[in-house]
Every structure is written in structure tokens, then in C-alpha cells.
Design a protein around this ligand. Structure first.
Ligand SMILES: Nc1ncnc2c1ncn2[C@@H]1O[C@H](COP(=O)(O)OP(=O)(O)O)[C@@H](O)[C@H]1O
Ligand SMILES: [Mg+2]
Length: 340
């Protein structure tokens, strides 16, 4: 199978200036993308999964040619993006997170027809493409209303529609379901699967692991500008299959107690985080099994005077893979990410 996208040792260094006293500046270098390589096969849905600030959007912008890499190269459908940016761009439809290019004072239909015209379509072809896309997005009823009256979900759909207008073989979607309610997110995910079923290649970024798990054929987990794992969702989960997981909710998580638990045999990692909503602590305990372990953990907790509110033993999810690799959670603020 051919490669739709090839990214080789891609780096982006941002130079920032931090203001100091008396109009002096401290120059800083920041590696947003730090030597990323991957290949995406034609017809695949490939995901970049990582927390905010991992470098996902920066990577997508370099693939579209919107940002120039500090080093490394990108090929789209065999075309070098740096050498032939316009040729490469003709192979790509993109929607960036928080895309502001949709015109709120135009209707959904007018937006899509306008973008089709920008891609050089004739008037009748523009009308035709816009109508087809509105139909598949389920926006027929609202097609002639102003976008400013659309719900967030409908605005996201129109942004996705814009990415479909060029009829390009490669579609890049940056956080396509960000901020959507579950029903709209599900709806949009179904449309993304349809895009794949047409034989197109999709690269999407997300920090929702269920989304990556549901949609992607393969996933690169990114953190701090680097790929820390790359495989199919099931292989990623299998990679920590010999690791077992216990989640325990406790009313408090003092340092001494955590250390006691970390000191038990067959413990791999203990991660404690504060749950703002429940106002309690969740201990994620990664271990390699021992039948008496659960009792020993319970003993450590009760000796320290803390109360156990809930215990569950889990199958590893992609979130757990991420926690295992990085010691921190994708979605929650980590209180104490020390490892045992
Ligand atoms: N133009 C820029 N100048 C300086 N730093 C930037 C710029 N764009 C992004 N960054 C930084 O690079 C890092 C990666 O950003 P981004 O690619 O947007 O992450 P993600 O999409 O994974 O959330 C962040 O720490 C961000 O603050
Ligand atoms: Mg981003």
C-alpha cells in the first residue's frame, strides 16, 4: 500500500522573547515538535493523540505547508511540501481547530460555494459540490440559514464541509469534535468513518482517547513534541496487558501512605490525582499481580486513617497506556506524578 503522508524527523523550534526588566528580553528556544517521523498508508485513519501543547496542531500546520519546519521533511501523496507547496496543497483538505475562516454572516451553503469557487470550481460545479456535502453532513434543513445561528455542532460540521470541498485524497482534521456534546461528536465521528470508506486518507488530532480508539486504524501518542508510542489501538492496549490496574477513590492521599503503597512488591506505578468534581483522590495503581496485593493496599490505606470510597479493577484503556508511558493523565491535572 502506498503512503499518503510521510513525515521524516520533523522539527519545529519557536523562538520566543520573554520580557525582563528595563526593556531587555530573554531569548528562549522552544521545541514544539522534536524529531517526529511517521508514515500514513492510503485509506487509513491515523490519529495524533496527546494532551494540550503536545505539538499536534504545529505538526498539522507543517504538513499543510502553513508553517515551515525548522528541519525534516513532509511528503503528501509523494509530493515534497517544501519544494512544491501548491501541488501538495491540492491533495489536502484541512480543518484546523477553532477554524475562524467560516463566515458567520453567510449561510452554510454560501460558505461552501465560496470555498469551492476559491478552489477554482465553476459556478455550477461549486453549487453541485456544496449541495452534496450539505446533504451528507445532514445540514440540508439549515443550509440557507446564517452560520451565526448555527449550534456549535453545526458550525463544526460546516468547517468539516470546507475540508471536503476540494475533493482531496487526504483530509487533515485538527480536533474535529472539540467542545461538542456527545451526540454531535458521535455524528461527526460517523461522517469521518464515511470519509475513510470513500477511500480517502484521514489524519486527525485529538486529546479524546475514546475518539482515537473508536476511529483510528493506528495512533501515534505524542507528548512534549515527541512520539512516545505508535501502533494500532488494540496493540497499544496489549502492550500494557501484563500490567493490571486498580483504581481506588480515597478521601485523602497523604505522602506517607502513597510511599507505603509504592513500597509493596509487584507495584509498578502509583499515580494520585485530585478529582475536583468528587472532591476526593483517585489512586491509579499499576501492578504486575499478586493475589494478596489488594488486601495489602487496603491495609496501607486504613493504617493511615484514610477512607476508601470506591475500588475498581480495570482493563487497560488508551488513557492507561498514556498514564503508563508518561506518568500523567491526558485529561486531568496531575497532583502527584511520582513513579514507584
Ligand atoms: N507561534 C508560536 N510561537 C511560540 N510557541 C508556539 C507557537 N505555536 C505553538 N507554540 C507552542 O508549541 C507547543 C505546541 O503547540 P500545539 O502544536 O498547538 O499543541 P497541541 O495542538 O498539541 O495542543 C505549545 O507549547 C505552544 O504554546
Ligand atoms: Mg492543537
Amino acid at each position: 500500500m502506498g503512503k499518503a503522508i510521510e513525515v521524516t524527523d520533523l522539527k519545529k523550534v519557536f523562538h520566543t522573547r520573554k520580557k525582563k526588566l528595563f526593556r531587555t528580553f530573554e531569548k528562549k528556544e522552544f521545541k514544539a515538535v522534536d524529531g517526529v517521523s511517521f508514515g500514513i498508508y492510503e485509506g487509513e485513519i491515523f490519529g495524533l493523540l496527546g494532551p494540550n501543547g503536545a505539538g499536534k496542531t504545529t505538526t498539522i500546520k507543517m504538513i499543510t505547508g502553513l508553517l515551515r519546519p525548522t528541519s525534516g521533511y513532509v511528503r503528501v501523496m509523494g509530493i515534497d511540501v517544501d519544494k512544491k507547496p501548491m501541488d501538495a496543497l491540492s491533495k489536502i483538505g484541512t480543518v484546523l481547530a477553532g477554524d475562524r475562516s467560516i463566515y458567520w454572516k453567510l449561510t452554510g451553503r454560501e460558505n461552501l460555494e465560496y470555498f469551492a469557487a476559491l478552489y477554482g470550481c465553476s459556478r455550477s460545479e461549486a453549487k453541485n459540490r456544496a449541495a452534496k456535502i450539505l446533504d451528507r453532513l445532514g445540514l440540508n434543513e439549515k443550509a440557507d440559514e446564517l452560520v451565526e445561528k448555527y449550534s456549535t455542532g453545526m458550525k463544526q460540521k460546516i468547517a468539516l464541509g470546507k475540508a471536503l470541498i476540494p475533493n482531496a485524497p487526504v483530509v487533515l482534521l485538527d480536533e474535529p469534535t472539540l467542545g461538542l456534546d456527545p451526540q454531535s461528536a458521535l455524528n461527526l465521528r460517523q461522517i469521518i468513518l464515511d470519509i475513510k470508506n470513500e477511500g480517502r486518507t484521514v489524519l486527525l488530532t485529538t486529546h479524546y482517547m475514546e475518539e482515537a480508539d473508536f476511529l483510528c486504524d493506528r495512533i501515534a501518542i505524542v507528548d512534549g513534541g515527541k512520539i512516545i508510542a505508535l501502533d494500532t489501538p488494540s496493540n497499544l492496549k496489549k502492550s500494557i496487558n501484563d500490567i493490571k490496574l486498580i483504581n481506588i477513590e480515597v478521601d485523602n492521599a497523604p505522602y506517607d501512605m502513597l510511599n507505603e503503597i509504592k513500597g509493596l512488591s509487584s507495584i509498578q506505578k502509583v499515580i494520585s490525582r485530585y478529582d475536583e468534581e468528587k472532591r476526593d483522590y483517585i489512586l491509579s495503581i499499576h501492578h504486575t499481580d499478586s493475589n494478596e496485593l489488594m488486601q495489602k493496599i487496603i491495609d496501607c490505606i486504613s493504617v493511615s486513617g484514610c477512607r476508601i470510597l470506591n475500588i475498581n479493577v480495570k482493563e487497560p484503556s488508551l488513557e492507561d497506556v498514556f498514564i503508563h508511558l508518561t506518568g500523567k493523565s491526558l485529561k486531568e491535572k496531575v497532583e502527584n506524578d511520582e513513579t514507584a
